[in-house]
Design a protein around this ligand. Structure first.
Ligand code: ADP
Ligand code: ZN
Length: 524
C-alpha cells in the first residue's frame, strides 16, 4: 500500500487538489487521530474527502455505510479511477463476487469498503468485521437515523450497534441536512463524544423565489421558457399524477421534459436518470423519489409546483441547483391547497401524536418561509441555526413586498364560517365559504339558504384568489383548521376568538391582493 506522510500529500497526490476546502483539514485530522466526528456540510461541500483521506492514512480498512447502491457504485468507480483500492458489498454482487471482495479485504488489499446498512447489519457481516482491522467507520447520509429527519430509514437507527461493538474505532457521520433535533439523534445513536463540524448552509449562488400559485402549469412553463430555455432543471411535484401531468404540459410547450417517480420500473428510472445526467437541456419532472445521488453540477433551476413538507426538504431539493457555483434559481409556487393538503397528510397519517406534533412544527416553519415578507435566506439559514443579514439575492430582498393589512377581511371570513356553522349545524369547505363571502348564488348557496346569511356578500371587495390568500394565512397560523376527516371542511380554532378580539394581526402580500381580475378566478 502506498503511504502518505500527510493528509495534504494524499489530497494532492491521490485526488489532485491543491488545498483543503472549508474545515476538511480539521475533520481529517480529527478522524486520523482516532476521534469521532460529526460533519454537516451542504451538498457539494466536499464531504467524501473527509473520510476518504483518513482511510488512506490510517491502518486497516475503512467501512463506509451508504444508503444508495447507485451512489456506492459511482464512488467506488471514481476512487478506482484515482488508483484507490475501493470495493463494495451489496445485493448487486453475485455470491462468488462477494466472497472475492471479502477475501481481498482479508488480504489487506482494500482501503475503503462501501456497504449498505442492510448488509452491514447481517450477523455474518458483523462477524466478518470482527476479524478485520478497521481504520474507521464513515456513515454517510447520517440524517437517515433520525425519526425527526425527512428520510428516516429503520436500518440506519440500528447502526448504533457499531459504537457498541467497535468502541475503539473512530466514526465519522456525515450529512447535508440536519436540524438541531436530528443532529442530537445522530450523535446519540452513532457517535461517542464527537467533534462537531458544522459548515455554513448558505448557497450564495441560488436565488430564492416563492410565488403565489394560481395556474401552476402555466406558471412553471412560463418560468422555464423565459428564464431557463434549453437549460437543465428539476421540477418537483408531490404526486406521481402531477408529475406526469406537468411533464405533458411542458412537452406541449416545447420543453424537453421527462418524468420520474417511484411508479416507474427500476430500469426506466435508471435510463431517465442517465439521460438527465448526460444531457444539458433535460427538465426532470419528479417526485422526491428523484433525489439522493444526483450529482450534476449544472442544474440551473429547481422548481417546486407543490410545497415540500419541511424546510429541510426544501433546502435539500433546492440545493441540487447550481452545484457548479454559477447563478441558479430556486422557484416555488405556493397556494391554499398546499397548506390544506399538507395539514391533511399529517392529520391522516398513522404516526403517533408526538410525531404529528413534530411534523406540524416542521410544516409551520415551511409555511413561515412561504408566507415570509422578509429575506428568504435569512429565514432559511436561521432554521439551521445560522444568523445572517438580508441577502439581496431573493425575491423579497430584490422586490420588497408591500403588505396589506387583512385583519378586517380575516374577521369577516371567521364570522362567515361561524354563521354557516350556526345556520346549517355543519361546516363547509373553502370554496363554499368564499362563495358566500363574495355573494355568489351557486346552487349550493341557494339550497342551503346561505344567501340569507348576514355574511353573504360582505366580502365582495376581494376576489376568490385574494380570499384564498387570507384563508391560507389563517390556516397557516392555526386560526382556522381543515377537518380532513370530514371532506376538508373549515373549522374555527381557539385562536379565532383572539383574532375577533383584535389580538392577532393578519398581513397579506400586496401583489396577491392587486392581482388582475382575469387571473383571480382560475382554479388553483
Ligand atoms: P458532498 O458529498 O459534500 O456533496 P463531494 O464530496 O461529492 O461533496 O464533493 C463535491 C465536489 O467537490 C467533488 O467534485 C469533489 O471532487 C470536489 N472537492 C471536494 N473537496 C475539494 C477540494 N479540497 N478541492 C477541490 N475540489 C474539491
Ligand atoms: Zn434575501
Amino acid at each position: 500500500m502506498r503511504r502518505y506522510s500527510s493528509a495534504l500529500e494524499a489530497l494532492q497526490q491521490v485526488f489532485g487538489y491543491d488545498s483543503f476546502r472549508g474545515f476538511q483539514k480539521e475533520v481529517v485530522e480529527t478522524v486520523v487521530s482516532g476521534e469521532d466526528a460529526l460533519v454537516l456540510m451542504p451538498t457539494g461541500g466536499g464531504k467524501s474527502l473527509c473520510y476518504q483521506i483518513p482511510a488512506l492514512l490510517r491502518d486497516g480498512v475503512a467501512i463506509v455505510v451508504s444508503p444508495l447502491i447507485a451512489l456506492m457504485h459511482d464512488q467506488v468507480d471514481a476512487l478506482e479511477e484515482l488508483g484507490v483500492r475501493a470495493a463494495y458489498l451489496n445485493s448487486t454482487l453475485l455470491p462468488e463476487e462477494a466472497v472475492e471482495v471479502r477475501n481481498q479485504v482479508r488480504r489487506g488489499e482494500i482501503d475503503l469498503l462501501y456497504v449498505s446498512p442492510e448488509r452491514l447489519l447481517m450477523s455474518s457481516m458483523l462477524s466478518f468485521l470482527k476479524e478485520l482491522r478497521i481504520s474507521l467507520f464513515a456513515i454517510d447520509e447520517a440524517h437517515c437515523v433520525s425519526i425527526w429527519g425527512h428520510d428516516f430509514r429503520p436500518e440506519y437507527s440500528k447502526l448504533s450497534i457499531l459504537k457498541e461493538t467497535f468502541p475503539q474505532v473512530p466514526r465519522i457521520a456525515l450529512t447535508a441536512t440536519a436540524d438541531q433535533k436530528t443532529r442530537e439523534e445522530i450523535v446519540e445513536k452513532l457517535l461517542l463524544n464527537p467533534r462537531k463540524f458544522i459548515a455554513s448552509f448558505d448557497r450564495p449562488n441560488i436565488f430564492y423565489r416563492i410565488v403565489d400559485k394560481h395556474n401552476v402549469k402555466e406558471q412553471v412553463a412560463h418560468f422555464i421558457r423565459t428564464e431557463h430555455p434549453g437549460e437543465c432543471g428539476v421540477v418537483y411535484c408531490l404526486a406521481r399524477s402531477t408529475c406526469e401531468d406537468v411533464c405533458d404540459f411542458l412537452q406541449e410547450r416545447g420543453v424537453r421534459a421527462v418524468f420520474y417517480h417511484a411508479g416507474l420500473t427500476a430500469e426506466e428510472r435508471a435510463a431517465r436518470l442517465a439521460l438527465f445526467q448526460r444531457e444539458d437541456d433535460v427538465v426532470m419532472v419528479a417526485t422526491i423519489a428523484f433525489g439522493m445521488g444526483i450529482d450534476k453540477p449544472n442544474v440551473r433551476f429547481v422548481a417546486h409546483v407543490d410545497m415540500p413538507k419541511s424546510i429541510e426538504g426544501y433546502f435539500q431539493e433546492t440545493g441540487r441547483a447550481g452545484r457548479d457555483g454559477l447563478p441558479s434559481d430556486a422557484w416555488m409556487a405556493y397556494g391554499l391547497r398546499d397548506v390544506v393538503s399538507q395539514r391533511r397528510f399529517i392529520e391522516q397519517s398513522d404516526a403517533d401524536e408526538l410525531y404529528k406534533q413534530l411534523s406540524t412544527q416542521k410544516l409551520d416553519a415551511m409555511l413561515g418561509l412561504a408566507e415570509a415578507c422578509d429575506c428568504r435566506r435569512v429565514r432559511l439559514l436561521a432554521y439551521f441555526g445560522e444568523k445572517s443579514e438580508p441577502c439581496g439575492k431573493c425575491d423579497n430582498c430584490v422586490n420588497p413586498p408591500k403588505i396589506w393589512d387583512a385583519t378586517l377581511a380575516a374577521k369577516k371570513l371567521i364570522s362567515c364560517i361561524w354563521r354557516i356553522q350556526q345556520k346549517s349545524g355543519t361546516s363547509f369547505g373553502a370554496k363554499h365559504v368564499i362563495d358566500v363571502l363574495v355573494g355568489k348564488e351557486t346552487e349550493r348557496v341557494l339550497s342551503c339558504g346561505h344567501n340569507a346569511l348576514s355574511t353573504w356578500g360582505i366580502g365582495k371587495d376581494l376576489n376568490d384568489q385574494q380570499w384564498r390568500a387570507v384563508l391560507r394565512q389563517l390556516i397557516a397560523r392555526h386560526v382556522v383548521w381543515v377537518d380532513a376527516e370530514r371532506h376538508n371542511v373549515l373549522r374555527l380554532g381557539q385562536l379565532a376568538n383572539n383574532l375577533l378580539r383584535g389580538e392577532i394581526q393578519v398581513e397579506v402580500r400586496r401583489e396577491v391582493i392587486d392581482q388582475p381580475e382575469g387571473k383571480s378566478h382560475r382554479a388553483q
